[in-house]
Design a protein around this ligand. Structure first.
Ligand SMILES: Cc1cc2nc3c(=O)[nH]c(=O)nc-3n(C[C@H](O)[C@H](O)[C@H](O)COP(=O)(O)OP(=O)(O)OC[C@H]3O[C@@H](n4cnc5c(N)ncnc54)[C@H](O)[C@@H]3O)c2cc1C
Length: 369
């Protein structure tokens, strides 16, 4: 039976970033992706925002990996010609009652090491974005946008140049612990052995953990799906920057925000609806809900300007109404699975954090070996 040193399950931005990073120092790596090419799921169905790291609890992996990932990603883009733009972002208050939330966010950002954020009064906000009917804003200059497809293409090429075997159309269906590692079985019945297994299977990462024998209910690894739809704006963008509402307390996403892509197109989203199945269709009936969510902030938008765009599904560790959970990135020796590394619940800011996650996982592998 063929044997490799490291098997990475999942060819989204996280699996690719891990492959690119690990292949700098390790050989005999295979990346297994069930689809016929990389990035067919969450990694190509998101806002493509390079977050600064202002929302996440201090000392959480989300905060640390986002703040580190932001800097790594801009540097990587520059060195590798990946299109990106540091547009900046405004988190806007609609009225005075939302100011304490902005101040809280500013404190949280600074505690996370995001020192460049600052509060803008009505006049300063108007100068930055005249078309937004805001009372005040928190400005984050280091938030930006990226072409996630080109990023993944560059990571894929880098991994391949470093000798990683890329196996597309390779769906993992079973993982069995053996004395020196794991036996991995694919849907086509091919089998091989791997000393280390990295589970970066995104929306299916709980199921992949279960294949290795982990009790996902007991470990609280079971994922809950939360769908985010986008509606695009038919006319030229009236914004220069990203504009977000003040996040609500029990928010499942960051609120329906205005996203600009690198071609300058404007869209609104993502919504946040708990779903039981993965279905990327956008329901045109939701146009009215989007319009109601944005109409006060952008008085020039008419319902007929909005058309269904893309949708993505968030892999959330917390169920509806539960408090926000951190990323799980863990080597599972404690569960009797040495060398099995789980990445579960890699929702936003996963894209921003991908290079930092790659380095984090490389350290976990180094420590394990
Ligand atoms: C609506 C939305 C907006 C977002 N916006 C942002 C943002 O603006 N900025 C940001 O930083 N983050 C954002 N995110 C989060 C970001 O997109 C994700 O964190 C990131 O893409 C996760 O990448 P991944 O590689 O873990 O998952 P995926 O891209 O889903 O990749 C996992 C891969 O594993 C494969 N796989 C699964 N099971 C198997 C198996 N058994 N065998 C083989 N292969 C398998 C799948 O086919 C898939 O390709 C957003 C997410 C959503 C849903």
């Amino acid at each position: 039976m063929d044997k490799v040193q490291i098997a990475i399950i999942g060819g989204g931005v996280i699996g690719l970033a891990i492959a690119a990073e690990l292949s700098r120092k390790h050989q005999d790596i295979v990346l297994l992706e069930k689809e016929t090419s990389f990035g067919q799921h969450t990694s190509s169905r998101n806002s493509e925002v390079i977050h600064a790291g202002i929302y996440y609890p201090h000392d959480s992996l989300k905060a640390k990996l986002c703040v580190a990932g932001n800097k790594l990603l801009y540097a990587f883009c520059q060195a590798n010609n990946v299109p990106c733009a540091k547009l900046g972002k405004l988190v806007v208050a609609m009225n005075e009652s939302e100011i304490p939330a902005l101040e809280e966010l500013e404190k949280k950002a600074k505690a996370n090491g995001v020192l460049d954020v600052y509060l803008c009064n009505k006049g300063a906000t108007h100068n930055l974005e005249p078309a937004v009917a805001a009372y005040a804003a928190l400005f984050s200059p280091s938030t930006g946008i990226i072409d996630s497809h080109v990023l993944m293409k560059v990571l894929e090429r880098r991994a391949e140049d470093n000798g990683v075997m890329l196996a597309y159309g390779a769906k993992v269906t079973a993982i069995d612990k053996i004395t020196a590692g794991y036996k991995i079985t694919l849907e086509n019945k091919d089998e091989f052995l791997s000393e280390i297994v990295i589970n970066s299977a995104g929306l299916w990462s709980d199921q992949v953990a279960a294949m290795a024998g982990i009790d996902i209910e007991k470990q609280k690894y079971k994922l809950h799906y939360c769908k985010g739809e986008y509606f695009s704006y038919a006319k030229p963008s009236f914004l220069q920057r990203l504009v977000y509402p003040v996040p609500e307390q029990d928010i499942k996403g960051l609120g329906i925000h205005a996203v600009i892509d690198l071609a300058g197109r404007l869209k609104f989203g993502p919504s946040a609806d708990d779903v039981s199945k993965i279905d990327y269709r956008v329901d045109a009936v939701h146009r009215e809900k989007f319009f109601q969510a944005i109409k006060d902030l952008y008085p020039q938008v008419k319902p007929e300007d909005l058309s269904p765009d893309q949708a993505g599904v968030r892999p959330k560790l917390q169920g509806p109404g539960e408090s926000v959970r951190d990323f799980v990135i863990k080597e599972e020796s404690e569960l009797g699975l040495p060398g099995f590394i789980d990445l579960i619940g890699i929702e936003s800011p996963g894209l921003t954090s991908c290079l930092a996650i790659g380095k984090y996982v490389a350290d976990v592998v180094l420590f394990y070996k």
